[in-house]
Design a protein around this ligand. Sequence first.
Ligand code: ADP
Ligand code: MG
Length: 327
Amino acid sequence: MFAAVAAFFLWAYPDHEQEDRYYSNQGHIFGTYYNIRYCAGKDLEKGILKTLKEFDNSLSTFNQKSTLSLINQNKSESTDKYFRQMYSKAQQVWQLSDGAFDITVAPLVNAWGFGFKNKEEVTAGLIDSLLQYVGMPKTSMEGELLKKTDPRIMLDASAIAKGQACDVVAEYLRKQGCKNLLVDIGGEVVLQGVNEKGEPWRVGITKPQDDLTGTHNEIQEIISSTSLSMATSGNYRQFYFDNGVRRSHTIDPRTGYPVNHSLLSATVIAENCMTADALATACMVLGKDSALSMISALPGTDCYLIYSSGDSIAILMTEGMKALTGK
Ligand code: ADP
Ligand code: MG
């Protein structure tokens, strides 16, 4: 009888020797930080790094041999699963945002000095000529090959890849059996379950402040949740002044110029972090009113928009976000 009970416990708790505990892994990737916390039977950092490396080999513009870089250099048309996942989401958000979100924006991003190539002397003539080879419909997928209508077309996945990387790492952790996890890559977050104290995870929406160092983190709002994918896009960390004009790193691909309106940051919650990331950038291009209309029309998707109003800041949010923040 005793043996039977013991056997039952061994069967029911196969990991009984490895007590689950919370681990925390931090480091740098894609020019930003990552901070990953999870409850598991062992430290999973090696597997996380392997997953991030695989992702970097697909979509990084810093990595000259990535799938994306080879496509940009016209050395290959071949894609991989992360690329195709990204491309299909980029197409969807391009459509939803009336072309405000567009990964073919790369030549403009480079010209304005925020990309992987050096800043060019920007003139109206230059912008017009670059616009000839900017636009999502100038690219397509033929099977697993990425086709361009012009070899000068280049892709930039920076506005979607961080969120996608969060999804990929979260999926890896789930496959390892983790039920409680928080993945933060450069401020984009996927969380599930509870923290070490057994309470829902808490994440902050940062207060926008002019901050090129990325070290000021005053919290504007705290969200407490057991299941969330959230991304924030802001124009307060990446900008420069050009003859007194502030140039932000969000470019309107339809005009060719950096956006210049009152929206300071857009935080989006969606079904996954890749979607949230792309939509957050789309919001920054659209401006607060169109952004709110776009997000309000999407089921299960919410936003928190911080904009400047006179000398202070003001907030616009969807109904769902009001419920989450207790407003
Ligand atoms: P952050 O999290 O740093 O605020 P985003 O997710 O908004 O960043 O991505 C900003 C980056 O996306 C820019 O640096 C540029 O590389 C690229 N980008 C700029 N404008 C657009 C656009 N309209 N559509 C897609 N990507 C863009
Ligand atoms: Mg983004």
